[in-house]
Design a protein around this ligand. Structure first.
Ligand code: ATR
Length: 282
């Protein structure tokens, strides 16, 4: 049951803010959710200047928006602007969902990790329990997914990053949530993994992290947090190395959006229909 006080002042304007943001599929996903749930909502993509995040958020609040999704490169700034953080946003140190509360406060949450776990288990159909997992990257995107993956019972996470020290720092920060260790990127090919997740921004730049192709086994599931209309460079590499199962981050995008929608409106949309409409997932 939704708390009647929590949803006492329904607002109809929402947005995703980022830089760049014009490529985002979030507006079409949220509009489809709103139609499905018969919620009145406008949702737009708003590009904020790189130095203008805080002012941009204040402007949305002043214009009576109900909240916003936050994407690259503002997720850590979004944590700092929030007056109250959910436990998972506190652990992640990054925020992708802002809710403007009736008392003028800004609530920050992070639905990325939950979205990824739901996509892996429910949409792709793998079990995470006991999985040997390699995560590449050590930035904001990876911060958001580590604890939810460890909490889902993976056997352990090996973390590799172009700047190795950043991977070591994340290992220290997250080791209280499960078995996590750092490995130099060039050496990851020496170990077998069930699941490899690319959490670097390399795909967005049309580049590849420099990792040995021996890391890919035929049965490995290779997942790129990035999504694109064509195969990302990382997924192309995996495919040409003989991997059968690949997925981009479109499913995660839809699932984290559903979680944000539920935070704002108190209703959880059916994601299967949207995923089918978007097509070609996994
Ligand atoms: P995000 O919020 O997307 O994680 P970020 O915090 O800037 O953005 O982190 C970007 C991540 O992608 C980092 O792990 C970065 O590696 P470094 O820590 O060495 O900078 C990684 N990355 C970006 N471009 C890359 C490339 N061309 N090759 C490999 N890794 C790359």
């Amino acid at each position: 049951m939704p708390d009647p006080f929590k949803f006492s002042k329904p607002r109809s304007r929402y947005a995703v803010v980022g830089h760049p943001v014009s490529h985002s599929k979030s507006p079409s996903i949220h509009r489809a959710f709103a139609e499905q749930c018969t919620v009145t909502m406008e949702y737009e993509a708003i590009q904020l200047d790189l130095g203008g995040f805080a002012q941009g958020v204040r402007n949305l609040q002043a214009a009576d928006f109900g909240g916003a999704n936050v994407t690259l490169p503002f997720k850590e700034q979004a944590r700092r602007i929030a007056d109250r953080l959910s436990p998972r946003a506190t652990i992640a140190g990054a925020v992708n969902t802002l809710k403007f509360a009736d008392d003028g406060g800004i609530e920050g949450d992070n639905t990325d990790g939950a979205g990824l776990v739901v996509d892996l288990i429910q949409n792709i159909g793998i079990s995470l329990a006991g999985t040997r997992l390699l995560v590449i990257g050590a930035g904001g995107a990876v911060r958001g997914i580590l604890e939810p993956l460890l909490g889902a019972g993976v056997a352990g996470v090996t973390l590799a990053n172009r700047t190795h020290e950043k991977a070591e720092r994340l290992v220290q920060e997250f080791s209280s949530y499960g078995l996590v260790e750092a490995c130099v990127l060039a050496k990851v090919g020496q170990f077998p993994f069930d699941l490899i997740i690319n959490g670097t921004a390399a795909s967005l730049e049309g580049e590849l992290p420099a990792l040995p192709s021996t890391v890919f086994a035929k049965t490995t599931l290779v997942y790129d947090l990035a999504y694109a209309d064509q195969l990302t460079p990382f997924l192309s590499l995996a495919k040409s190395a003989g991997v059968d199962r690949i997925a981009d981050g479109l499913g995660m995008l839809v699932e984290q959006a559903a979680e944000s929608f539920a935070i704002w409106h108190g209703i959880r949309p059916d994601t299967a229909r949207i995923l089918a409409d978007l097509g070609d997932h996994a």
